[in-house]
Design a protein around this ligand. Sequence first.
Ligand SMILES: Cc1cc2nc3c(=O)[nH]c(=O)nc-3n(C[C@H](O)[C@H](O)[C@H](O)COP(=O)(O)OP(=O)(O)OC[C@H]3O[C@@H](n4cnc5c(N)ncnc54)[C@H](O)[C@@H]3O)c2cc1C
Length: 455
Amino acid sequence: MSRPLRVAVVGAGPAGIYASDLLVKSGEDVKIDLFERMPAPFGLIRYGVAPDHPRIKGIVRSLHNVLDKPEIRLLGNIEIGTDISVDELREFYDAIVFSTGATGDRELRIAGSELEGSYGAGQFVGFYDGNPDFSRDWDLSAEKVAVIGVGNVALDIARILAKTADELKVTEIPDNVYENLAGNRAKEVHIFGRRGPAQAKFTPMELKELDHSESIEVIVDPEDIDYDAASEQARRDSKSQDLVCQTLEGYAIRDPKDAPHKLFIHFFESPVEILGEDGKVVGLKTERTELDGEGGVQGTGKFTTWDVQAVYRAVGYRSEAVEGVPFDAERAVIPNDGGRVLDPETDSPVPGLYATGWIKRGPVGLIGNTKSDAKDTTGMLLDDWKAGSLAAPAKPEENAVVEFLESRGIAVTTWEGWYRLDAAEREAGEAEGRERKKIVEWDEMVQHSGPEYEI
Ligand SMILES: Cc1cc2nc3c(=O)[nH]c(=O)nc-3n(C[C@H](O)[C@H](O)[C@H](O)COP(=O)(O)OP(=O)(O)OC[C@H]3O[C@@H](n4cnc5c(N)ncnc54)[C@H](O)[C@@H]3O)c2cc1C
């Protein structure tokens, strides 16, 4: 008797949700269990995208349509590799797709990174986005702050630090975040990039948006606008890069604005050491660089010390390994060939295991990019299914996995549960005239969205 293809998708961020959608749309008889470590779905849309980006957060609305589909069952509050092993999971499914994304900060190996007042960007993002895994309190006593990195996450950090708490109050930020931000003393935020404007990783819209806040003046030193032949080529090759350069040039030549918070973007300054006294950050030392003609830079031996009391290292996110799944520790991805997970010993595919999204190709790119990842990965999975190369699971019945989880005493959160949590957050927000106010505590999230719902 034929039975549906049973797929476990691990990680309910955009990559996992798009993969589930494509599998359902494939026309095959398929049933998907979408596992998520957090009590709530949506990955970095909920816990990465900045609160003052409601349009991007709104992508959740289109993902709702996917999770409403009867072929997809959300099983939240379950960490694969910890609460249930990958071998145990294989007993229930024909195939497993890993879409576990990234949460940690990539390390910046410079002296002083360990000082008090030196933070990974991901920690601060976790705080202001109300991720229960991160601190509820943040020391915002620094008047001058450095942000290392020239990507969109660096812009998010700088913008949140430079805006007033009241500008952010209209967003979904929880009370503890508002209260902390209300005590923020930052007057100057300095972003530092090792290379030049043509090598910056900002996207044009995010860079322009910095200037929309009345309380922020964006300042670029005209000396920092410099291009070599490779930079000019980069501008010709990419319209987006050219727009970034044009926007930075605009910031560099305009008249000063009288805004209370100054946001400087410095290029050609390579951070070499975070300076400390009594274990606390008191400055940042950078070396001036210059273009080498090929889009790279070389040091000039000219050093500057910047008077800052906090340093945020926004040099990229990093994925974590899932116990029982191959992991390339250097690239911090699951080794794969277009989506099929590879055994690092033999370099050949591990039957039935797939990867998609940031865990497949590293933590770069926008939410939209995870759609194309999902297309490639699910295409391979379906090819393997049709070719009969997936091993049949021992327990393919739909309820077998739920009974197993119950036997482990795991409080599984569900899609119906998300609707309750969502309603509770909206209600809390509406009382203050805003769309939503996030619930931060893990237990409280589970109380709304878990099986013992009784609020
Ligand atoms: C700070 C920040 C701001 C961003 N802002 C924007 C923006 O404005 N616009 C934009 O387009 N893109 C933005 N991005 C990029 C966007 O968030 C990513 O492209 C996208 O989220 C990657 O999707 P993903 O599904 O691969 O990973 P994720 O979104 O990280 O989702 C992975 C999910 O897997 C879960 N998981 C992990 N391990 C396990 C496990 N063992 N068991 C079960 N579940 C697990 C995680 O909890 C998470 O929910 C931003 C990223 C960051 C970091």
